[in-house]
Design a protein around this ligand. Structure first.
Ligand code: PGA
Length: 253
């Protein structure tokens, strides 16, 4: 089955530790892993170059993602990392609008939209995160909130530019907690977002993928990942443990 599994290592591991974890993952991966499964690793900026060198030298079938990118392309923006810099590193994917960035770094929908445009222009696949807080979930119109979040992130996207785009449904109340939505909840949200997007000019069944993130573990991955509408997972905590991460990948039938 065509699935994309992204390991979000967040703010963990220095570059030496990241290389170690990456090598362990690479050695532990069964060569028979279905070629249709894309395995993507998202380390900190400081580790991207080291891991990219290994992927290139050993011609590995693993992909790199950045955890974020600047909304600016170049100039006097101290501390930022641009799409051009990511492109040079052959980064294939970039997480955008993760709830931790929205929450702790005041990331806005407008800035997320700029990032998405910049990434698409450089043919880096944006992994656009969206999700509701527990308070929003309890209100009746949380689906409207999610649709609005998604709508703002894709404003102005044109069909001829979009090769691939991934939407990651990440309910904020499930990230790093013991809670997970039911499979039905996940399917309902993705179906609604998919229906909303289906009228957008860039959308087609091939180029637009939907993944789930929020406490994905080997205990729930089988159910989630073998659901047709779910095209993969964004895995945080469990991706730092190679055994658990491999079990998640292996649960794809
Ligand atoms: P988690 O994180 O798997 O630790 O809940 C997921 C994410 O934040 O992408």
């Amino acid at each position: 089955m065509n699935k994309t599994i992204i390991a979000n290592w967040k703010l963990n591991l220095d570059h030496l530790e990241a290389i170690q974890l990456f090598q362990k993952l690479n050695y532990s991966l069964d060569n028979d892993i279905d070629k249709k499964i894309k395995i993507v690793v998202a380390p900190s900026f400081t580790s991207l170059r080291s891991i990219q060198t290994i992927i290139e030298a050993d011609k590995l079938k693993l992909y790199l993602a950045s955890q974020d990118v600047s909304e600016f392309v170049e100039g006097a923006y101290t501390g930022e990392v641009s799409v051009t810099q990511l492109e040079k590193l052959k980064i294939s994917f970039c997480i955008v609008g993760h709830s931790e960035r929205r929450q702790h770094f005041n990331e806005t929908d407008e800035s997320i939209n700029l990032k998405v445009h910049n990434l698409i222009n450089k043919k880096i696949v944006p992994v656009i995160c969206f999700g509701e807080s527990i308070e929003q979930r309890k209100s009746e119109n949380y689906l409207d909130f999610l649709i609005e979040q998604v709508e703002k992130s894709i404003k102005g996207l044109r069909k001829d530019k979009v090769d691939e785009i991934i939407f990651a449904y990440e309910p904020v109340w499930a990230i790093g907690t013991g809670e997970t939505p039911s499979l039905q909840d996940i399917v309902d949200v993705i179906s609604n977002i998919k229906e909303f997007l289906s009228s957008k000019p860039f959308f087609d069944e091939e180029n637009t993928k939907f993944i789930y993130g929020g406490r994905v573990t080997p205990d729930n991955s089988k159910e989630i990942l073998n659901t047709k509408i779910v095209n993969g997972a964004l895995v945080g905590g469990a991706s730092l443990d190679v055994d658990k991460f491999i079990k998640i990948i292996e649960s794809i039938e």
